[in-house]
Design a protein around this ligand. Structure first.
Ligand code: HEM
Length: 266
């Protein structure tokens, strides 16, 4: 090989490595098929990049966390009794009425939730596919590999458990398919009838604990996705993630225990 060819080969390798590192950092990542496509629309380009998908995951994650918190806060009404709780459940259907027709605001919220949920899951699946395809640089140490793999696996499994829990929860308290005592509009009685059954209480506890683990890691890593990753803020990030999970999931589990113990009863 001549010197010039050797230099050329080295340059090509260096360019390849540099390009690979750029791709690793995600600023200009390939799409899921591993090819570079660019469109005239900046938003579509952003969605195709790893950074864009991480932002979508973080923003939809924040939206979903907002829902989980608001839902927990609303459910506190169960401690005030049947009348207050049913009034609250009916009030959700009456939101912004009569400015807009009865039930429309709740449907708006539901559609928003469904869109956030779908985007969150699609971007998670596509990021996993992208990571598998474009890992030209291996982890620096087996420890990093084990840690990253453990986190990814935990997120996947807790995510699947939360999805199954949510399907059961809707079939139980919204549609009444798995609740033999379900009566439309009787939110408090439906809740108590359902969570008084030990195996249903166990399903709720498992679902909520899985959600807690998912949220703890998610709340922590969303800062990273948004570029807030200075080690200086590690303490604040951890405190926020832990505080959020303790308050929301702690209360959700307390609801289940309160019904099982008869503190909240018919
Ligand atoms: C122990 C914890 C929980 C309790 C006691 C609870 C209670 C309820 C109740 C009573 C309803 C029906 C309200 C109605 O009559 O309209 C409901 C609906 C719902 N819950 Fe929960 N929930 C809990 C946890 C969760 C969690 C962790 C999530 C999300 C992961 C969730 C998502 C939903 C959704 C999406 C609906 C349907 C809202 C609608 O479209 O009307 N819930 N929940």
């Amino acid at each position: 090989m001549t010197q010039a060819t050797e230099r050329g080969a080295t340059n090509t390798t260096e360019r390849g490595a540099t390009h690979a590192m750029e791709r690793r950092e995600g600023a200009d990542a390939p799409d899921v098929n591993g090819t570079h496509r660019s469109s005239s629309n900046a938003l579509i380009d952003l969605w195709r990049s790893a950074v864009g998908k991480k932002w979508v995951m973080a923003l939809t994650g924040i939206g979903l966390m907002g829902f989980v918190f608001a839902h927990m806060f609303g459910n506190l009404k169960m401690f005030l009794g049947r009348t207050e709780f049913d009034h609250y459940a009916e009030g959700l259907r009456d939101l912004f009425s009569p400015i807009i027709p009865h039930g429309w605001a709740l449907w708006g919220l539901r559609i928003g939730l469904i869109v956030m949920f779908a985007l969150h899951i699609i971007s998670a699946a596509q990021l996993t596919a992208m990571n598998r395809r474009s890992r030209p640089i291996r982890y620096q140490s087996p420890r990093d590999y084990i840690a990253a793999n453990f986190a990814a696996r935990t997120m996947r499994w807790t995510g699947i458990i939360v999805l199954l829990y949510l399907a059961y929860h809707l079939a139980d308290l919204t549609w009444g398919w798995v609740n033999p005592d379900f009566v439309h509009g009787a939110a408090y009685d439906n809740l108590v009838a359902s969570l008084s059954v030990p195996y249903v209480a166990a399903i709720y506890l498992v679902g909520n604990i899985a959600l807690g683990i998912h949220l703890f890691h998610g709340a922590w890593s969303m800062f990273q996705s948004m570029g807030i990753n200075s080690p200086r803020y590690n303490g604040v990030r951890r405190a926020f993630a832990a505080g959020f999970v303790i308050v929301t999931i702690g209360m959700n589990c307390a609801f289940v225990v309160a019904i099982q113990l008869g503190v909240v009863a018919n």
